[in-house]
Design a protein around this ligand. Sequence first.
Ligand SMILES: Cc1cc2nc3c(=O)[nH]c(=O)nc-3n(C[C@H](O)[C@H](O)[C@H](O)COP(=O)(O)O)c2cc1C
Length: 180
Amino acid sequence: MNVTEAIETRHSCRHFSKEHIADEAVKKIIDAARLAPSAHNRQNWAFLILEGERKDRLVSIMRSLFDEDISSLPSFCRTSRVSASVIASSSHTVLCLRKKDDMWKTEDLLSCGAAIENMILTATGMGIGSLWIRDTFWTEEKIIEEFHLDGYELVSAIAFGWPAGEHRPVKKKSLEEIIL
Ligand SMILES: Cc1cc2nc3c(=O)[nH]c(=O)nc-3n(C[C@H](O)[C@H](O)[C@H](O)COP(=O)(O)O)c2cc1C
C-alpha cells in the first residue's frame, strides 16, 4: 500500500477482533514514529507498550473517572467510557509521552502528532486498525503514577488491533471549505 492509499483508507477503528498482533509488528509501528520529523530534531517522545494485564490497568484507571464527581468537567469527558472499552478490546495500546519542557511545549506536541500519524499510517499499511485516544487526559495523573512515568506528559494513547466489522465513514470537509 502506498502512502496515498494509506491516507485514504485510514480511519478510526473502534472494533477489534480478539486476535493478537505480533510484538514485532508493534515494534515496526513504533519504528515509524522514530522516523517522524520533529521540531529542532528534538525527538522528545517516548513510547510505552501496554498489553495484557498492564493494558487492563490503564482501562481500570480510565473507568475510575466515573466513580468520581465529574459534574465540573466538560461533558465530552464522557467519551472516555467508549475509549476505555476500545483499549480493553485492543491487542496493544501504546502511550505516547514527552518529557516535560515548558520552553518547547507546542513544538514537542506537534512533533508527537507527526510521530503518532506515522504510526497510524504504518499500521494501516499493515492492515492493522488503530484509534488515537486523548481521553487519557482526564486520568493522566493516575496513569503517570501507575506506570512510574514521573517527568513525562501523556500526549495520547493509541490502540491497535485487527479491525473487526465494518466502519461508518465520517464526513470530511471539502477542499473548498478548507482552502482560504
Ligand atoms: C488528537 C486526537 C485525539 C483523539 N481522541 C480520541 C478519543 O479520545 N477517543 C476516540 O474515540 N477518538 C479519538 N480521536 C479520533 C477522532 O474522533 C477521529 O479521528 C475523528 O472522529 C475523525 O474520524 P476518522 O479518524 O475515522 O477520520 C482522536 C483523534 C485525534 C486526532
